[in-house]
Design a protein around this ligand. Structure first.
Ligand code: ADP
Ligand code: ZN
Ligand code: MG
Length: 484
């Protein structure tokens, strides 16, 4: 059955970002759990032994505040940690140290660019907590068991909660990418979703277009890529629309996302929702932050994505669209700025990066910083065009090669014999031959038919294996035709 009513999605995200500190949130164990031998980064504190006391990691606290500042949040003078109680094997203490009613950061906002439109998305709060252990579920020969790796237990985690301000899956994906860009720019997290350094839960409800009241929301938990956020939302919006159309009520529930089947599935209903029995963490003092400390942290912020985008418009006279594209990742902006430093023509550099380079990256599903080619090679390529050594078309071909071989464009041109023919004698011969072989084209030209010129240019280009300088071919052909 097709959906008949037009619904507007209302979406809010809860994003967990692991902070890149050396030690864990409340003990001195190494937080570098990725790739480590299981259960080696542990101590009595993160193993939840009785009688131990947590100690706050100052850098994690500072990173949390710095991220809050970058998200335009207010920082209340007083905050505290709370115990969030629940029983699950990934949490040996039986509670997670988190923040409940007095979080570090509140009432912020960020800008999100999606499909050419910029929207402002509210940030409800960003609070600090500890990550849980990792459970590994194994099914070997009909025998099922769960293993536990405590290395991740106690790694600092910042939870960023958005207002329900997002209105499409594309916007939700762009929001997540913006958060990732901000934390990477700050250097507080790798933002690496494949490795679990950033994970997110999405909340979505539908309302008929033109109405105010929010519908009942469904939460889809534990999405670990921007692509799954997009796909899970697309699926869930369609599912809810069909349900609403057939008169069903949406039940408030938590759902999971099955990547292989591309469906969301019910995990637990509202009735089964946990009562976390939050209460203030008695083993940690409240946190008081002075105005001076806030200013000190603000002074440590690097140039943020929106500021960088603004600067690209001012300093390089780029369009806002170009500026968004070129600041879409830390690596892309470094690549762009370094290229412009060596070749001070920002618009040309922007066109090559946004056009051919981005296309190549998309086709090979790779990132700019993993290419063996760097800014110096791109500059060399642009100079080869400027000198007339190669045509624009040939340059595209050379770029494909250089991007993955890392070879110098000049050596590629030489090796493959791609040098553009600017030798007028050779072109004169080819032009005369083309006209002689195509008397009809000559007649058409004399009769004022413009296409004749294009046809003859094509003949000369073909005769020279595409290596002729097209502007020169045109000029020479015209001279021949006018004389004929
Ligand atoms: P809960 O009490 O279930 O945690 P919250 O009000 O704290 O709900 O919101 C959790 C997340 O859900 C936030 O990101 C918020 O923006 C989003 N959200 C809240 N209400 C809705 C709704 N009706 N539709 C979609 N998202 C919502
Ligand atoms: Zn420890
Ligand atoms: Mg909540």
């Amino acid at each position: 059955m097709a959906v008949t009513t037009t619904y507007e999605p209302v979406i809010g995200l809860e994003t967990h970002v692991q902070l890149m500190t050396q030690s864990k949130m409340f003990c001195s164990c190494s937080a570098a759990y990725a790739g480590a031998e299981p259960n080696t980064h542990v101590c009595p504190v993160c193993l939840a032994m009785p009688g131990v006391l947590p100690v706050m990691n100052r850098l994690a606290v500072e990173y949390a505040f710095m991220t809050g500042l970058a998200l335009n949040c207010q920082i209340p003078e007083a905050s505290k940690f709370d115990r969030k109680n629940y029983a699950y094997p990934d949490l040996l203490k039986g509670y997670q140290i988190s923040q409940f009613d007095l979080p570090f950061n509140i009432n912020g906002w960020i800008t999100v660019e999606a499909e050419g439109v910029t929207t402002r998305v509210g940030i409800t709060r960003a609070h600090l907590e500890e990550d849980t252990a990792k459970l590994i579920h194994r099914h070997d020969n009909g025998d099922s068991r769960s293993l536990i790796d405590m290395n991740r237990s106690g790694v600092p985690l910042l939870e960023i909660v958005s207002e329900p301000d997002l209105r499409s899956p594309a916007e939700a994906r762009a929001y997540l990418q913006k958060i990732r860009l901000i934390v990477r720019t700050l250097g507080v997290s790798t933002g690496n979703m494949e490795e679990g350094a950033m994970r997110c839960d999405v909340n979505v409800s539908l309302r008929p277009v033109g109405t105010e009241k929010f519908g009942t929301k469904v939460e889809i938990k534990n999405l670990n890529s921007a692509r799954s956020v997009l796909r899970a939302l697309e699926y869930e919006i369609e599912r809810q629309a069909r349900a609403l159309d057939s008169g069903e009520l949406i039940s408030q529930e938590t759902r999971g996302w099955d990547e292989d089947k591309s469906v969301t599935f019910s995990q637990r209903s509202k009735e089964e929702a946990h009562d976390y029995r939050f209460f203030p963490e008695p083993d940690l003092p409240p946190v008081f932050i002075s105005a001076e400390w806030v200013e000190e942290l603000r002074a440590r912020l690097p140039e943020l994505p929106d500021q960088r985008r603004e600067r690209y418009v001012q300093e390089f006279q780029l369009s806002p669209y170009d500026a968004v594209q070129l600041t879409s990742s830390v690596e892309v902006s470094h690549f762009f700025e370094e290229t412009v430093r060596l070749y001070p023509n920002p618009k040309t550099v922007a066109n090559w990066i946004e056009g051919d380079l981005f296309r190549i990256l998309r086709e090979r599903d790779t990132e700019i910083d993993t290419l063996p080619m760097g800014p110096p090679q791109l500059v060399e390529l642009l100079q080869l065009i400027d000198r007339g050594t190669i045509s624009h078309g040939t340059a595209k071909e050379v770029l494909e090669d250089a991007a993955f071989s890392g070879k110098s464009p000049a050596s590629i041109v030489k090796e493959k014999g791609l040098t553009q023919i600017s030798d007028t004698e050779e072109l004169n011969r080819a032009a005369a031959a083309a006209i002689a072989a195509n008397p009809q084209a000559l007649a058409d030209y004399k009769a004022g038919k413009k296409q004749a010129m294009g046809f003859l240019t094509g003949q000369v280009m073909r005769a020279t294996g595409g290596k002729a300088n097209p502007a020169l071919v045109n000029e020479i052909l015209r001279a021949h035709l006018d004389k004929a």
